[in-house]
Design a protein around this ligand. Structure first.
Ligand SMILES: [Zn+2]
Length: 192
């Protein structure tokens, strides 16, 4: 039990209390629950590989999206993490290729350009088939800095560079939105 509590505590967002609660839950739950968790955990590392095309985490390389010849080779959507790729994919609005950076620039956390898959992106852009690069990094300080930094590095290749829009969420209320969000909404307005 101590070993399991210690293991849970290493996970992000899990403290002593949650770790203990999870451990007691598994102890009292039907055997199958713990067995499924153990199986999923042991297979996670063994059966997950990095896609050599987009650097997403996948069960095979090239991944399903890179292998799909119906997708547009001329547009790359750059995201920070595999979860972000899934979010863009769920929107159903993008039919091009992806590039997962593996994080965002964050000097305070020791995340420099060398920690991200920027040379790999440059290589893809230089291949000549790319017409546009869409930066879908997060709309926060790190995400903005990352998009700006990479844009400058690949600008000379003559590709169109774009940034996802940010502003009011659907169903939002202007009166209660912060001034930065309202400002972005004005700046990123669209024609009717
Ligand atoms: Zn891929």
């Amino acid at each position: 039990m101590d070993r399991l509590v210690a293991s849970f505590k290493r996970l992000p967002g899990i403290g002593e209390k949650s770790a203990t609660r999870l451990t007691f839950f598994l102890l009292s739950a039907p055997d199958q629950i713990a067995a499924e968790l153990a199986d999923a955990l042991s297979r996670l590392k063994r059966e997950t590989v990095l896609c050599e095309g987009c650097y997403d985490l996948t069960d095979r390389s090239p991944c399903r999206l890179c292998a799909d010849d119906q997708r547009d080779d001329s547009v790359i959507c750059v995201v920070e993490e595999p979860g972000d790729l899934q979010a863009v994919e769920r929107s159903g609005q993008f039919k091009g290729r992806y590039h997962v950076l593996g994080g965002a620039l964050s000097p305070l956390d020791g995340m420099g350009p060398n920690h991200l898959r920027i040379p790999e992106l440059e290589r893809r852009v230089r291949s000549g088939t790319i017409r546009e690069v869409i930066f879908a990094t997060n709309p926060n300080a790190e995400g903005e800095a990352t998009a700006g930094y990479i844009a400058e590095r690949i600008r000379s290749n003559g590709v169109a560079l774009s940034r996802i829009a940010c502003g009011m969420p659907l169903g939002g209320d202007l009166e209660y939105a912060d001034h930065v969000t309202v400002g972005n909404s004005i700046e990123n307005r669209r024609k009717l």
